[in-house]
Design a protein around this ligand. Structure first.
Ligand code: SAH
Length: 491
């Protein structure tokens, strides 16, 4: 197994800096023992203009078989034989990935004490792997490396036998990547994607592989269009691990999007007069009116335990705490920042024990079912659904109405028809940069009706804010009530 990394340079930025970045001196051939054999690092070329490091892994097939069978001595003899004649010794695969991570550990982490600034910046790179087993062929190689910033991704199918072209191609490709990337990013991509391409299920996937995947995937995996395939193959199609990884990636993605979101909220807050405004004549803000409408609906429903899903900075949780009929309140949000602000607002650290026992703030993604959300009287989704991409909405619907199943669910969302009444809103614009959509009253009702039918909830609609005869109210609210429990369906 063989992989080369090349870069070019100038007298000011010599190519031989690669030696520092990889923590391997260009003048010396070095040997390392890894769990599957011996790895060698040599530099076929090391000049100011051009420098190439080669990683060669000599796999010990016998050791591989022994490892493959674990500690036990069993195993059918023919299976053992199959191990001897397999392609592991010369094909780049997960073993090469393991060797990469062992031999270039610091480089993978982007650590370089000697040249920290070089480690942080993109270099002209050319990476070549002569034989990559690729289930999915050159096309999949393009899909995997294509979105990762390379200027050229080339995967040439390797013929089964050059003497006999009529035999067609083997399942190997010759991979060449060219572009300007940070070395650590390039290595971390290879560490994940080589085994993904190989898709062999020969090594044990321990639960800490999820951590390894997320660490190596930092900065690129959360946004990768083939994220699901990558995650599932990397984790050897173990569904529970794949799900775990996907959920955590979703948290990363949402948290990143949310940083922009919270910033937007912060900016917007500056323009709104302070909440503790002393003049009592002042019209309550739309947010206040919304909160009041939600509290009223919760009281009418007789709810004591309440989930505030997408609680943001905790204003509703704060209002709920002031009313003792609400015995337990759980605020859930994907954004750690919002939760931190919420906990400060509530002064959680200074709360009496009894009061603190009534409230929980927790991080979670609402598009994933969550056992912790079962068994509550009511759930509130206040100005949350419009923050999800429409295709993600069924997942939230299933998690809330299908799995958590509180007796009452309250959903509020902007009524887009009302936008013409906002003087400051340019025509055709949504109210907030992060809103993925805003619904008309008809669209909202069509959605709510469907949800009710699919999950056995009746729906009532309540206008929030001035109900304009032409365009309706600024906020629309739906109150869902479970109608399956009353009709004798035991839980
Ligand atoms: N409910 C609050 C905040 C609304 S802003 C209010 O009415 O004022 C929308 C909130 O939903 C944000 O805090 C955002 O972090 C959160 N959110 C968006 N998508 C989410 C998801 N998939 N899972 C959990 N929270 C999400």
């Amino acid at each position: 197994m063989f992989l080369t990394i090349s870069t070019t340079g100038t007298p000011e930025r010599p190519a031989t800096d690669l030696g520092y970045l990889l923590h391997k001196h260009p003048d010396r051939a070095q040997t390392f023992s890894t769990s599957h054999g011996t790895a060698h690092v040599v530099y076929p070329e090391a000049s100011v203009e051009r420098c190439t490091a080669a990683l060669l892994l000599e796999v010990d097939p016998v050791a591989l078989v022994r490892r493959g069978k674990g500690k036990g001595r069993g195993g059918a003899p023919d299976a053992a034989l199959a191990q001897y004649v397999n392609d592991r010794p010369y094909a780049a695969s997960s073993l090469l990935a393991v060797a990469l991570s062992t031999v270039f550990k610091s480089a993978l982490r982007g650590v370089c004490a000697a040249l920290p600034e070089r480690a942080e910046s993109p270099l002209p790179l050319r990476i070549e792997v002569p034989a990559v087993p690729a289930r999915g062929g050159a096309e999949l190689v393009g899909k995997l490396f294509g979105p990762l910033g390379w200027t050229s991704v080339d995967a040439q199918p390797v013929a089964l036998d050059e003497q006999f072209p009529q035999w067609g191609d083997s399942r190997y490709v010759q991979l060449v990547l060219e572009g300007e990337l940070r070395l650590a990013d390039a290595l971390r991509q290879l560490y994940v994607l080589l085994p993904v391409l190989d898709d062999a299920k020969h090594y044990w996937v321990a639960p800490d592989e999820v951590d390894k995947l997320l660490r190596a995937g930092e900065g690129w995996l959360a946004e990768h269009p083939e994220q699901k395939l990558i995650t599932s193959r990397y984790l050897a199609r173990r569904w529970s691990l794949t799900r775990q990884a996907m959920e955590r990636l979703e948290l990363v993605r949402l948290a990143e999007a949310d940083d922009i979101e919270v910033e937007a909220i912060d900016n917007a807050v500056e323009e709104i007069p302070a909440e503790s405004d002393e003049s009592p004549k002042k019209e309550p803000s739309l947010a206040d009116q919304r909160r009041e409408a939600i509290l009223r609906a919760l009281r009418d429903a007789g709810a004591s335990t309440v989930l505030d899903l997408g609680c943001g900075q905790g204003q509703l949780v704060q209002a709920l705490l002031k009313d003792v009929r609400f015995t337990h309140i759980v605020g859930v949000d994907v954004s750690v920042r919002a939760l931190t602000i919420a906990s400060r607002r509530l002064k959680l650290d200074r709360m009496s024990e009894r009061q603190a026992a009534r409230v929980t703030l927790t991080q979670g993604a609402l598009t994933y079912t969550d056992k912790r959300l079962k068994g509550y009287d009511a759930a509130v989704l206040s100005e949350v659904v419009e923050h999800l991409d429409l295709p993600r909405l069924p997942a939230l619907e299933y998690a809330v109405f299908g799995t958590a199943r509180p007796r009452t669910v309250i959903v509020t969302t902007p009524n887009v028809e009302y936008n013409v009444r906002w003087e400051t809103l340019p025509a055709g614009h949504v109210r907030h940069g992060d809103h993925r959509f805003e619904w008309t009253r008809e669209e909202f009702r069509a959605w709510a009706e469907q949800v009710g039918v699919r999950h056995g909830y009746g729906v009532a609609y309540v206008p929030v804010g001035p109900d304009d005869p032409e365009v309706g109210p600024p906020t629309q609210m739906a109150v869902f009530t479970d109608n399956t429990t009353k009709e004798g369906k035991t839980a």
